[in-house]
Design a binder for this molecule. Structure first.
Ligand SMILES: [Zn+2]
Length: 144
């Protein structure tokens, strides 16, 4: 499966054995992504091919994270040594829709209020008229 950053400079192809994924809630991932949790897909290092090398942020003495220095997209996580695996951020895949969360990691830092959001009011982007108007004014259409 293919994926990449928001601006397209960094692209990857990953061999996916299944669609099992997980949510990481650890403070380091929260800090590195600016999110309350981050959806990751674990893959073998040898199953990932980069087209347009990512930049690497050394997020701790034991780990580093691929990202795009131009657009800022968080692309994953890997240990600096002694691991054959790494994580790719689920939403950086071109089609994240088939991945399914199978467990939580970093459970000590879970923000419980954000876990079960089922039942909250749902608003589609194309229902937000101000947003649609801005797109149409700037580009002539709404990317939807
Ligand atoms: Zn980018």
């Amino acid at each position: 499966m293919t994926g990449g950053c928001a601006c397209g400079r960094v692209r990857f192809t990953a061999n996916i054995e299944n669609f099992d994924a997980y949510l990481c809630h650890c403070r380091m991932c929260q800090r590195a992504t600016g999110s309350v949790s981050i959806a990751f897909k674990g893959v073998k290092l040898t199953d990932v091919e980069w087209a347009g090398e990512p930049d690497w942020y050394e997020s701790s003495p034991i780990a580093e994270r691929p990202y795009c220095a131009r657009c800022g997209t968080s692309l994953g996580f890997r240990f600096k040594r002694d691991s054959e695996n790494m994580d790719l951020t689920v939403a950086s895949f071109d089609d994240p829709s088939r991945f399914v969360p199978k467990h939580h990691f970093g459970a000590e830092s879970i923000h419980r209020a954000w876990l079960n959001t089922e039942g909250l009011k749902e608003i589609r982007t194309d229902e937000h008229q101000k947003l649609v108007d801005k797109w149409v004014e700037a580009t002539g259409s709404f990317p939807g």
